[in-house]
Design a protein around this ligand. Structure first.
Ligand code: ZN
Length: 121
């Protein structure tokens, strides 16, 4: 499962940040996942529940925020929000577009347990 390796690499980054802050644990992690990132947020959530078993992060809350795709069309100049997994212009069906949002797969906010301070990364 592709999402499991993604979850594991995110956990590794979270671990590095936890170590850097010398925190006892992580309360919550907010992730942004674009609808064009190729990652299924539900599968990713499931992957986290498997990947954190018997780790320091077993009770960490993983908030996965879906980022709606927006593309700017080079043919008609409009910015539209494709509703499928493919980046096409919803106005003229052109595939000559620039992706504005939707490719995100990143950590937005990490809430460190120790001091409850929020750190943007
Ligand atoms: Zn267009």
């Amino acid at each position: 499962m592709h999402e499991l390796s993604i979850a594991q690499s995110i956990i590794e980054r979270v671990e590095a940040i936890r170590a850097e802050h010398e925190a006892s644990g992580i309360a919550s992690v907010q992730l942004q996942v674009g609808t064009l990132s190729g990652v299924d947020p539900y599968a990713l959530e499931l992957a986290f529940s498997v990947a954190v078993e018997r780790t320091l992060y077993a009770d960490t809350r993983w908030d996965i925020e879906s980022v709606v795709a927006r593309v700017k069309c080079r043919t008609c100049g409009r910015t539209t929000a494709p509703d499928g997994p493919f980046p096409i212009c919803m106005n003229c069906d052109s595939t000559d577009i620039a992706i504005v949002t939707g490719r995100e797969l990143m950590i937005d906010t990490i809430e460190v347990k120790q001091d409850e301070e929020k750190n943007h990364v």
